[in-house]
Design a binder for this molecule. Structure first.
Ligand SMILES: Nc1ncnc2c1ncn2[C@@H]1O[C@H](COP(=O)(O)OP(=O)(O)OP(=O)(O)O)[C@@H](O)[C@H]1O
Length: 707
């Protein structure tokens, strides 16, 4: 490859020119340059026989069983099984794509190490759990379907049977299972995969499985084996937490990945992504697919749109392009469609969030474009604000993204940041538990009779975050006092909903206001990505056609109005969504969530009541969960939050933008140049005293008079 090359040879594409230069010589994804390996036991038998299959172009010539024997873990199978047999807890580290997730559970099952129990393997995301289960079922062959020997369980979907021995599940699902059986007796082996991600659920599971193992041993129950796996993790830290357990490093990777960094930083990484994609597109043969990492839905749709548009330009060289998008808010069928191979002579490009960052193998992916950024949620206990912010990824994340290539053949990763930017990145991602609102976790632990302050966390969350969580649970009525280790009956009801406790409280309060029908809709719409489309060049048009839904009460009632009309359109859903600039996928997703929440309500014995057009009831009901999210307009025309006295502004996307109601309830805060409040409703100050008297009193909050 050239040492320096111009990304955009074709200025007609009208994309800013920039240069991207490989490191002096293209860097092989070797151990020296790859993520550092731990100095623990190395298993490295018979490496020399790998070269014969290092040509990925042969992949279609070898059977799936042959493919399995070519994976780096294959040679180490016996030694690995021996270590698993001898250790109750074992850390397994091996390069991305080496076969940890798909092979190790099969080896354990074949050796019957799990005895009568099951092998449970957690994944941070549902896409990974589902796609890997499908792959492993396929590897079993013999007409085996997912749900036979291999199955999966993700939120609202359980594809397992009595015959299932290997079960892939999201970490959130295993945590929910633990709430009903804290000893996790269904399993005799639990594999916590992608442990480096340190999701809040995985961090809580670390403590839960550790305790379950100890208690089961003390009670002479079937022993529980714990395996912790990743390609990129701080082994010493993990080993120390798991009572100085043994760690093993599986040497060897499947195929090399060439890594390139840009010569200079690129703030406009969206344009840089498009430019890099078209450089690849011009040069690479068809059926060599591309995976692009961006931060969120809006950005992804914008880049996907631009690629589709430019792809139609007759002057653009290259095969036809199939553009796919992948982000959390999509319905799962659509997410899974990215795994479908493209027809011959096409190029697939997948534009994704970090949802595809770990675990997954997408057939055909040869190139990665990594923008180097991620959208992360950060909670500030002092201000009480939870912010979604775009920030730099960690080096671990960069390696994981790189590792999505080189799985079936040699690959290339274009990093849209300079080498020195990479070196300045944090080594590991800060565990979510240290930067998230802990109210949900505190509630879940209480359901297990554990007080979060005394929980055995690998890295303790800040104490003020735990205190804030307990204060919030008390204000919501889930506990009687902040020292409490028991839930109130209301708290026990709240645990049943897979929602933030504030939203569970709203649903559970609905019978007092006779508006469960309406708040089910509002909460469902708030649980998915925005249903409103606002294309930059058609903003006014979109607003004018949606004007009829606008409510002076704010965004929640506006959303409700939209959903009500949508529910009545019948057959012509697509046309109606198109006409009103409504994202059909997201509104359908909201409908699916609504069905599931309604089901939980019915099972809890709640009556589905409706308040018709009495929107005061809906807004009051929202206040029962979100009373901590209220801002007041001050004389200088600035909004200040009642709780932590933060200066905030109404987001331009709100229907209340440009108006100045005295009190507003907000759903979330977004920080860009200022702190903006999104998804708002007007409320009366009297309601606050009526609905949250304790909160108003304990926080000495005094409202000025409504104007
Ligand atoms: N759906 C699939 N289609 C084709 N090949 C696959 C698929 N899933 C896995 N593979 C093959 O199996 C290999 C091992 O995948 P596996 O997920 O077990 O690796 P891993 O070590 O767990 O990787 P990571 O650390 O990235 O999760 C891949 O590199 C790829 O060659």
């Amino acid at each position: 490859m050239d040492s320096k090359y111009n990304l955009i040879g074709n200025n007609k594409l009208n994309i800013t020119k920039f240069k991207i230069k490989p490191k002096p010589t293209p860097v092989l994804f070797s151990k020296k340059n790859g993520p550092p390996s731990p100095k623990k036991i190395k298993l490295n038998e018979n490496e020399s026989n790998k070269s014969s299959y290092m040509n990925g172009n042969n992949k279609f010539k070898i059977s799936i069983q042959e493919q399995r024997t070519k994976l780096p873990v294959y040679d180490k199978k016996n030694k690995l099984l021996d270590l698993i047999r001898r250790n109750n807890t074992l850390i397994i580290m091996g390069e991305t794509g080496s076969g940890k997730t798909t092979q190790i559970p099969q080896y354990i099952n074949a050796a019957k190490l799990q005895n009568e129990g099951r092998i449970g393997i957690t994944q941070p995301r549902r896409v990974a759990a589902v796609s890997i289960a499908m792959r492993v079922a396929q590897e079993y062959g013999n007409g085996q379907q997912v749900g036979d020997t291999v199955g999966y369980t993700v939120r609202f979907e359980d594809v397992t049977s009595k015959r299932t021995k290997i079960k892939y599940l999201t970490d959130g699902m295993l945590l929910r299972e633990a709430m009903f059986d804290s000893l996790l007796m269904e399993y005799t082996v639990i594999i916590l995969d992608e442990a480096h991600e340190r999701t809040i659920h995985t961090d809580v599971l670390f403590g839960i499985v550790k305790t379950a193992q100890k208690v089961r041993e003390a009670k002479n129950f079937a022993p529980l084996k714990i395996l912790i796996m990743s390609a990129t993790m701080d082994v010493d830290h993990f080993s120390k937490y798991f009572n100085d357990c043994q760690a093993v490093y599986l040497e060897g990777r499947t195929y090399p990945v060439n890594i390139f960094h840009t010569v200079r930083p690129h703030d406009d990484y969206q344009t840089a992504c498009v430019a890099t994609f078209f450089k690849i597109h011009r040069e690479a043969p068809a059926n060599q697919d591309v995976l692009i990492f961006l931060t969120g839905q809006e950005e992804i749709e914008a880049v996907a749109h631009q690629i589709r548009l430019l792809g139609k330009d007759p002057e653009v060289e290259g095969p036809p392009i199939r553009v796919c998008t992948l982000y959390a808010a999509q319905p799962s069928t659509q997410q899974m469609s990215v795994f479908n191979p493209s027809p011959e002579n096409m190029r697939k490009v997948i534009v994704s969030t970090n949802i595809a960052e770990t675990s997954v193998t997408i057939t055909g992916i040869k190139y990665i474009i990594d923008c180097g950024m991620v959208k992360a949620r950060t909670y500030h206990p002092a201000t009480g604000l939870e912010l979604l912010k775009v920030q730099r990824i960690s080096q671990e994340q960069a390696w994981q993204r790189t590792g999505r290539a080189g799985r079936e053949s040699e690959g290339t990763c274009y990093r849209l940041y300079t080498r020195s930017q990479f070196e300045m990145m944090q080594k590991s991602t800060i565990p979510e538990i240290q930067r998230a609102n802990l109210t949900s976790v505190a509630l879940q632990l209480l359901a297990l009779d554990i007080h979060a302050l005394f929980f055995d966390f690998m890295d303790k969350p800040p104490e003020d975050a735990i205190t804030a969580a307990f204060e919030q649970l008390k204000l919501l009525g889930a506990i009687d006092s902040v020292e409490s280790t028991a839930l109130t009956p209301l708290g026990e009801q709240m645990v049943k909903f897979p929602l933030d406790p504030r939203f569970s409280k709203i649903l559970l309060s609905a019978h007092n206001f006779g508006c469960l029908e309406e708040v089910l809709t509002v909460v469902s719409l708030l649980s998915v990505e925005s249903i409103l489309l606002s294309p930059p060049n058609k903003k006014e048009q979109a607003n004018s056609v949606r004007q009829k839904f606008f409510s002076a009460f704010g965004d929640h009632v506006t959303l409700l109005n939209i959903y009500r009309e949508f529910s009545n359109v019948g057959q012509n859903m697509r046309g109606w969504c198109h006409e009103h600039y409504i994202n059909m996928r997201n509104i359908l997703q909201a409908r699916e969530v609504r069905c599931q929440l309604e089901d939980i309500c019915r099972k809890s014995g709640m009556t589905i009541s409706s308040c018709g057009s009495q929107m005061d009831q809906v807004r009051k009901c929202l206040l029962t969960g979100l009373f901590m999210n209220v801002a007041e307009l001050h004389r200088d025309r600035q909004y200040i939050t009642l709780d932590k006295r933060q200066v905030v502004s109404i987001h331009p996307s709100s229907v209340l933008h440009g108006q100045q109601p005295h009190f507003i309830l907000f759903t979330e805060v977004v920080q860009t140049t200022k702190c903006y409040l999104r998804l708002l409703s007007t409320v009366d100050s009297d309601w606050l005293y009526e609905i949250a008297p304790d909160y108003m009193r304990t926080h000495s909050i005094k409202c000025t008079k409504d104007s």
